[in-house]
Design a protein around this ligand. Sequence first.
Ligand SMILES: [Fe+2]
Length: 332
Amino acid sequence: MSECRPHELMNFPEGQAFTIAHLSDLHATDVRLGSPRDVLGKRALGWLSWRHRRRHEHQASVLRALIADLHQRAPDHIAITGDLTHLGLPSEIAAATNWLERIGPAEQVSVVPGNHDAYAGAEGAERWLPWRHYMGDLAGPPADADDADADARGFPWIRRIGGHIALIGISSARPTAPLLATGRVGARQRARVEALLATLAAEGRVRIVLLHHPPVAAGQSRRRQLDDAAEVRALLTRAGAELLLHGHTHECHEGVVRGPHGPIPVLGVASSSSAGPRPARRARYRLVRIVPERATDGTPRCRISWQLRGFDAATGGFVAETEEPALAHSAG
Ligand SMILES: [Fe+2]
């Protein structure tokens, strides 16, 4: 359990929990090639990887079990931190949209893209237009339409939920050279994120940040890193946030970034569709619960706890692996 202390919590209804399910790296699509152009350049290697390994690891049966479990748990919101596809082909973006529709209504499901969703090509953020309903409102200023950084155009997005919660969706998804799976937020998007976090703090909201690549060391190699992780951590240290959720590593991870009032919890989740043999990479998702309360001195704060739910091959369903374990740090 982690304690967070936003700047103000005047909007936060004391005692009323908000539950968010965090999924990631669904790789939910089959790669159906329309023409040889689909596997030019980097996509040729990606197609081989999908053909020989990934299509066996990420299975539709696990996704169906995941959706059934989500419907049973009925969280208030579902956050998906990227890599819904393998090669980011338009046909895969469309197929992933079908999965999103099965997961839940657009107002209860939020998405940020991952590096696989931006695998190659020069389409920029336009490629994710079919997911726009799952991305909240554009947060950038009007001039953002002229942003030369086409991959970050329209990001971050923001979703205000009720009077006390805000989700901020950051894109770190960029096309990269072969054998690289790096990400970058970019200077202009970072500036927009920082301004937004300050605005939301003034509104007294609990700020939950979604980002595909981890901004902390979470077992990723240099060729899979967030290139401007140090700058992202620095902006979080200045502006604060109550929670950051990420994916990308295909393993669960719990870390922190220093915030202005204490550590900010950084939670990574494994791929939520993996049926691979390695136990650490078995399909999981995380149910995160945020409860408002008051410290003994009357200071408003919120308590963050979670349950990991993992795929159980014996029953073909998802089961609880943990019961709201505690983190001994506070955030804000
Ligand atoms: Fe990734």
